[in-house]
Design a protein around this ligand. Structure first.
Ligand code: NAI
Ligand code: 15L
Length: 273
């Protein structure tokens, strides 16, 4: 089996019960033969013989190992998706990322698409144009956990040749919810196309890609996207008037306006566990 696939035979999606998991379960269907859908939370039941649902905690090493058995690629969306205490992110995000890559290695899964986040660079100032190889400046325990995940991806490529795309997703929602998201928004259609490109890219290597639509103003230079043939089509511009009418500009010295991570940079600290 080569790493590049025209149509992925068997795809594991973690975090399948979540917001993006539900979207991608539908949108990726034409590009895969079968999907194993997993989450710690209940999911919609398998729709046909090509879907399978498995409840699994990412902190359960044996369970995650079984999830990866027979898979050709993993789309790793599962975990805590907003700022929380270190104790809260430790199992799902940090231990979970390690379990996914270790299970990929043990089961000869050649490719993992890892849902990283813009919060690995959240303490860069807004307005600064970042390359994918910029210094990481995580903006909290959640960002730290995603930064660890990117390191695990790199290690498993360098050591074992498992290819990865680390998707530094901006804000993937039906529409941008605030002024910051006019810059960071990623439409669901562009997200699905980004994942499809990662599945079929002939030479993915270990690539970091900004998950962002073709917004008028962006903070991220997406060279990695060009490498895998991803060309976003949507833009936040049609939502600008609505967003700006709903939210007055923030003062310039508000950290939410100063830093790329927005509100995440002043979340917490949270009490331990
Ligand atoms: P979500 O919170 O809706 O979904 C995450 C899923 O992971 C949930 O269904 C949850 O039950 C599951 N999960 C949590 N702990 C688990 C555990 N211990 N074992 C197994 N499953 C567990 O998040 P969403 O928005 O769907 O995001 C998907 C991924 O993309 C997440 O990893 C998130 O960090 C990342 N991301 C999302 C962005 C967005 O704008 N939606 C932006 C940047 C990154
Ligand atoms: C994320 O990483 C979160 O998962 C998502 O809920 C949004 O808050 C997004 O970043 C963002 O920065 O807008």
């Amino acid at each position: 089996m080569t790493n590049a696939v025209e149509k992925t035979d068997h795809l594991l999606i973690t975090g399948a019960a979540g917001a993006l998991g539900q979207v991608l379960r539908q949108k990726l269907k034409p590009y895969v033969q079968s999907m194993r859908l997993s989450d710690i939370a209940p999911m919609a039941p398998a729709a046909d013989d090509y879907e399978e649902t498995v409840i699994c905690d990412l902190a359960d090493k044996a369970g995650v190992n079984a999830l990866c058995r027979g898979m050709d690629a993993v789309l790793h969306l599962g975990g805590i998706s907003v700022e929380h205490s270190f104790e809260d992110v430790l199992g799902p995000n940090i231990v979970g990322a390690y379990h996914i890559y270790e299970a990929a290695r043990r089961n000869n899964v050649p490719r993992v698409i890892f849902a990283s986040s813009n919060h690995v660079v959240g303490f860069h100032p807004q307005g600064e144009l970042l390359q994918t190889d910029c210094a990481r400046r995580p903006d909290g325990c959640y960002g730290l956990s995603k930064s660890f995940g990117e390191d695990v991806a790199r290690f498993y490529f360098d050591r074992y040749g498992i290819e990865s795309a680390c998707l530094r997703i901006g804000s993937a929602f039906p529409e941008p919810k605030d002024r910051r998201m006019l810059m960071t928004w990623l439409s669901f259609a562009d997200l699905a196309e980004l994942v499809r490109c990662c599945l079929v890219a002939p030479d993915l290597g270990c690539t970091v890609v900004w998950g962002v639509s073709a917004n008028r103003d962006v903070w991220w230079d997406n060279a990695g996207a060009a490498k895998i043939g991803f060309q976003p089509k949507d833009s936040s511009e049609p939502f600008r008037a609505k967003v700006e009418a709903a939210q007055p500009p923030l003062p310039d010295d508000d950290p939410v306006k100063r830093f790329q991570g927005g509100a995440f940079v002043k979340a917490g600290p949270y009490p331990a566990g």
